[in-house]
Ligand binder design. Structure first.
Ligand code: IPE
Ligand code: IPE
Ligand code: MG
Length: 272
């Protein structure tokens, strides 16, 4: 199977310095899977039932992404703020995560999907960390699509974590000999191996970022839907991609500039 950008470092793009290659199908889609609790409450079920159905919805989202030719799917499963939830819900979510990891990894691997987990894993149980490690190791060489699951993740944590790693890696930063640049920080961010998301989807009706990928979403096209996550399906993803295809991604330039350089698509590379 052809190697995708997943393995390539060259296609990394900056939020502000380079214009990324734009394709008709978003290469990287980021999703806030929201609305599990409300889905369950509407059915007079415990919130946990909504989370369980959320796992099935994630399976559908992965399948639909593969079908549409999306190369990277990043989903928000548990935020650094979700620890504020009732203890029984937090512990249910952790157990569900462990269970899903164990049950899904075989199918992911069979379908050539690489699994990655991002976030502050030091906050997770040893058992969970071990399962994450095993799943990542098993699927590490797969190239059809990369599925990244954000657990105990926060966008501010990601930036601070990258900053701290950069300080350790680069003595010149510690000595304050030169100003800190994007290039110092970017390689240490959680998703440094992927291009920034082209399309962001949030289900559940809320229109906020909830501390998700604050750095990486700087120029991502945003799509919000009232559909609750357990109801997510191929049609919903298709509708989001369709909306994405209607957008004009200008990255700071004018429509006139884009029209002038339309010949140089894909990615309006002539303007890079
Ligand atoms: C998203 O659904 C799942 C997690 C945050 C773990 P919610 O549990 O937030 O569902 P609502 O927003 O309460 O409906
Ligand atoms: C965001 O959803 C986090 C996840 C989907 C994992 P929340 O439901 O926690 O977001 P807020 O609290 O409503 O902003
Ligand atoms: Mg919610």
């Amino acid at each position: 199977m052809a190697t995708t950008f997943i393995e390539s470092k060259e296609e990394q793009v900056s939020s502000s310095q380079l214009v990324p290659e734009i394709s008709n199908i978003p290469k990287h889609v980021a999703v806030i899977m929201d609305g599990n609790g409300r889905w369950a409450t509407q059915r007079h079920l415990p919130r946990m039932a909504g989370h369980e159905r959320g796992v099935a919805a994630l399976r559908r989202a992965v399948e639909a992404s593969v079908q549409l030719g999306i190369q990277a799917l990043t989903v928000f499963a548990f935020s650094s703020e979700n620890w504020r939830r009732p203890e029984d819900e937090v512990s249910f979510l952790m157990t569900l995560f462990l269970r899903a990891l164990k049950s899904e990894v075989k199918d992911l691997h069979k379908n050539q999907i690489k699994l990655r987990v991002i976030g502050d894993l030091s906050g997770l149980s040893t058992r969970l960390r071990k399962a994450v490690e095993e799943a990542e190791e098993k699927t590490a060489l797969n190239t059809r699509m990369v599925l990244t699951v954000a657990v105990n993740y926060g966008g501010r944590w990601d930036i601070l974590n990258a900053m701290n790693k950069a300080l350790v890696a680069s003595p010149h930063l510690r000595e304050l000999k030169a100003p800190v640049t994007e290039d110092d920080i970017r390689p240490h961010l959680s998703l440094a191996n992927l291009p920034e998301p082209d399309l962001f989807i949030r289900t559940g009706g809320e229109q906020r970022m909830s501390n998700f990928m604050l750095w990486q979403l700087a120029y991502t096209e945003l799509y919000f839907t009232d559909l609750l996550w357990p109801d997510f399906d191929y049609e919903c993803l298709e509708a989001a991609v369709h909306s994405y295809q209607m957008r004009e991604r200008r990255f700071g330039r004018t429509s006139g500039q884009l029209a002038m350089h339309a010949d140089s698509v894909p990615g309006h590379a002539g303007l890079v």
